[in-house]
Design a protein around this ligand. Structure first.
Ligand SMILES: *[C@@H]1O[C@H](CO)[C@@H](O)[C@H](O)[C@H]1NC(C)=O
Ligand SMILES: *[C@@H]1O[C@H](CO)[C@@H](O)[C@H](O)[C@H]1NC(C)=O
Ligand SMILES: *[C@@H]1O[C@H](CO)[C@@H](O)[C@H](O)[C@H]1NC(C)=O
Ligand SMILES: *[C@@H]1O[C@H](CO)[C@@H](O)[C@H](O)[C@H]1NC(C)=O
Ligand SMILES: *[C@@H]1O[C@H](CO)[C@@H](O)[C@H](O)[C@H]1NC(C)=O
Ligand SMILES: CC(=O)N[C@H]1CO[C@H](CO)[C@@H](O)[C@@H]1O
Length: 321
């Protein structure tokens, strides 16, 4: 009963995304993408290893404390092959708000929470090469579940109930925004190695959804004077997640633990998470402690996102129609 309600919620949310070309992926398409993932797996592993080595090097030369190699070694294997193909099909959700997404790496704006550095690599799944100079665009809720630009909405009211209260219906014109705050939203281009990095806090949670971060990737982007996107071609839309054991540990701490109005939805019952893991793709962020010792003091998260350039070309063609 609960599962089917959640599934319905996800279907409703998917409907919000204005991508008229969207169709459910056929088994053939799913298997084509799984093939791409497998083919690029070792390149993704190598990309993660390079990033890893680079960060260790930075640390080794940054002071007296040498915790890097031994402490981080156990995480090394987990970094391999963790590529997820994120495509247009994954919902951007009702809290996408490009007007408040600006060009910057530090998106914290004083929001309290556990510090997080998020390192996102982007790989072209056609060539298995890193994709330089694409704009990575992220947004997520604060420690108690509120999204900037939507701070007037309760993070604890189930989505259907919220729409009912507002006399609103699902559709491409649905607009739930209440203000122009910008915390925990930002965009930054990938470097020559296909990597970009953000500084923020670990997200909290809101009703009916597991902890997640929205990620879009844009190419051919033009930025306005105020840092927002004037135009771009969106080549990937997806969501990335924390491992459940980490979520359980961190949500037991202030200020997250103060969010008692609702029970947290876990990955295993979140239907969007289920959609992201179809065919064994891994949308879970690999995490190490920022201080080399304790994740409760801050985390560094790594993930590689695969962009499916064949699908990208198809999308372009369908938009040209
Ligand atoms: C490194 O350690 C030495 C000896 O303990 C100390 O004198 C020095 O101030 C430390 N340097 C830094 C940058 O912490
Ligand atoms: C940036 O400018 C655009 C276009 O005028 C506007 O819609 C948007 O709200 C502005 N955003 C910010 C964060 O200033
Ligand atoms: C999250 O944002 C909401 C809306 O601005 C705010 O009321 C709340 O205090 C914030 N949470 C924390 C932990 O600061
Ligand atoms: C929604 O509609 C009901 C009755 O049709 C009305 O009583 C209520 O004030 C409306 N709510 C809003 C937020 O407009
Ligand atoms: C959370 O779940 C527990 C156990 O099912 C239940 O007793 C409690 O009422 C729930 N709390 C909220 C706020 O829904
Ligand atoms: C399952 C899978 O594809 N594993 C690959 C992960 O990456 C290493 C090299 O980094 C390959 O040797 C594995 O085959």
């Amino acid at each position: 009963m609960q599962i089917s309600l959640l599934a319905m919620g996800a279907a409703l949310l998917s409907g919000v995304v204005a991508h008229p070309h969207h169709d459910d992926m056929s088994p053939a398409e799913l298997s084509r993408r799984a093939g791409l993932s497998k083919r690029c797996a070792s390149s993704a592993g190598a990309m993660s290893r390079r990033r890893w080595a680079e960060r260790n090097q930075k640390r080794a030369t940054s002071g007296n404390t040498t915790f890097s190699v031994t402490t981080e070694a156990p995480y090394y294997d987990a970094l391999q092959n963790n590529t997820c193909i994120l495509t247009e099909e994954v919902t951007a959700g009702p809290y996408v708000w490009p007007q408040s997404q600006t060009l910057r790496q530090d998106i914290t704006e004083g929001q309290p929470g556990i510090p997080m550095i998020l390192d996102i690599g982007v790989m072209d799944m056609e060539t298995c090469e890193p994709l330089p100079d694409v704009l990575v665009d992220i947004w997520y809720c604060n420690a108690t579940g509120s999204y900037s630009s939507f701070t007037g909405r309760s993070p604890n009211t189930p989505f259907e109930e919220l729409l009912k209260e507002l006399n609103m219906t699902i559709g491409p014109d649905l607009d739930l925004h209440t203000d122009d705050t910008t915390f925990l939203r930002g965009m930054w281009p990938t470097n020559d190695n296909g990597i970009t990095e953000f500084t923020g806090i670990v997200p909290g949670f809101y009703v009916e959804r597991t902890i997640h971060i929205h990620v879009q990737v844009h190419e051919n982007y033009v930025i306005r004077g105020n840092g927002t996107i004037a135009s771009s071609n969106t080549i990937s839309t997806g969501q990335i997640f924390l491992a459940e054991d980490l979520s359980a540990q961190l949500m037991a701490l202030e200020p997250y633990v103060g969010h008692t109005e609702i029970n947290r939805t876990t990955n295993s019952i979140d239907s969007i998470f289920q959609g992201e893991t179809v065919n064994g793709w891994d949308p879970i962020i690999s995490v190490v402690p920022m201080d080399g010792e304790n994740v409760e003091n801050g985390i560094i998260g790594y993930i590689t996102i695969g962009v499916d350039s064949a699908a990208k070309r198809k999308l372009k063609r369908s938009l040209e129609h």
